[in-house]
Design a protein. Sequence first.
Length: 665
Amino acid sequence: MTYYPHIDGLRAVAVLSVILFHLGIDQLSGGFVGVDIFFVISGFLITRIIVNEVSHSGSFSFAGFYLRRARRLLPAMIATLILTTLVVIPLYSSSQLQSYSHELIAGIFSLANMLFWNSSGYFDTAAESKTLLHMWSLSVEEQFYLIWPGVLVFFAARFSRRTQFLLLLILFSGSLIAAILLAHIELAWFRNQTEALFFLTPFRVYEFIVGAAGVWIVERVSQSRIHQELMFLCGVIAVVVSIGVYDSETPFPYFYALLPCAGTLLLILSGRSILSQLILSNRVAVFIGLISYTLYLVHWPVIVVLRHLEFGGVIQESMWLAVVLMVLISLCIYYGVEKPLRKPSGVSRNQQTLFRENQGFLVGCTTMMVLTAGLGGLMVFSSGLSGIKDELFSQDQVKLGKQQRYVLTRQACTIKDQQSRNCDFSKPIQVLVYGNSHEPDGYNILTEIMADRSDVNLIMFGGTNFCHIHVSEKGDIVSDVKKRACSDRVSSLNLEFVKGLDYIVYSSNKPFADNKRGDWDAFRRLKQMNPDVGLVVIGTYFNTQQECAEVANRFGSVDACKATEYLSYSGRGESRSNQAKKLSEGVDYVYLDKFLAACGDSDLTNESCVVDARGEPMYYDGHHLSLGFAQFIGEQFKEVYADTLRELGLLPGSRNSIERQSSQN
């Protein structure tokens, strides 16, 4: 079969764009499209192999195809996973190993894309800490390889080449339309739709088919010098624009993936171009393309491990170290594992003979896969090898601490279920706790403040994350999001309900951030509906870049969590900022400052700033209060804001609460 050196050069472009993007090169903000370039290349090459075999022999050896794929992909992948596992076991905490073990098992069985789709969400671990995140694209490719030969052989046995091409266009259209529809239509039963578009194979099939179509097009494409050069230039422009212009804000893949995919197809078809031969077929580009698979496998674990060692992003000084390590490890795996094992033993088309000739390879690969998956299983069932880890907070403690945060809220009255026995709207004081993922923190704080009260009904709104709450032109508070019961919960903020409220307590991370504009617009409207309702805003303490439990385990003290170099945000003085004044203009509210309650007038460098209470750290993650620390903050609020809380009527025996009780009687 004809070898196309420029395709290896194109692989070099793909892998380098991904690596440089992951290293944080600002000029390559769309470097992630390198993965899409790989998909198009795979679609072209795999389809070409299948179509040529069927055309020349009249049949297709599935055993031979999958054996070649196994030899091409498995040895380097297994070697990378084993090496990565041996490196991270002594470095990672039990919590990190627990997460890694799931990635390892999913990766080895080509299900990584399913794992990352299923685990995506607000509380999901940051992408930078997922050591095997890059395996998602390999899983997509392997799932495509699993179904594509059967589809093509079925087409070839029943239809002419012209009809086959038309059927390809139908599959292309179906996959693309499904992706576009999923991006625009909210399906209540479909979880993580945005992530599904990115990770799941059906919504990426159209990219492979762009490459597959090239097998039919290449026979008819003009070979004239001018046409070849024009195609190459158009392809370069499409790919370069995608890499340089796209960024994290670009909806992707969606139809935006068509630009780099079309550009890649043009570059594949213009292999006879002089520019193509100079740029893509030179020795350096071809060599990088040859080792591109191992480079891709190795690059992300190297970056993540270096970030772990530095406890932050890969800084400029470490970038060259990362590149050197990627290249050295890739060369070792390529020459020591991938290249020697790539070629199958024997050429028989008989399935039994073929498997017998390659028995050693198959047994060896299967054994290593089982052992690697077994090691992953051991880490799962041992809670990340916590028994041999000397940690301040074990994996089980962290897990339990995060669960304990919801002990009280599980028994709360909710706006979604106002008929629940947990609700009592006959009580004199009705309080709505409203906010994002910090809403439970506000609830836990209030239960401590009102520990001696039996006349208060605390109502949980249920969280504003992803609800896109706003005030319509008609003046209604609305949410167009059906998932998480957003629209139903927001519709409960009707006049009758709001008129019955005495207080709204806003508990949100960074309550004056620009993305909270919808909440403040809602507060203005709620105040119009009930001018007597009081608004209480609970401020932010501070946010850490890494999970506090991880920081504490790394340095042996929770105090390390407040070190300036590990902070991503401080709530000190946030209510006095210009942003706060602008956002809350026209809204009367009382601000309760966590920072003041836990630190006094000091900054975080002061030893008096409290970072643990009642046997728990302030956070197990990066900013959500543990139950014990939330109760501590509530206790501090009762002291620091005693007069304010009495005036509001939120403390026992205060004038306002007595008046409210009397009016009810």
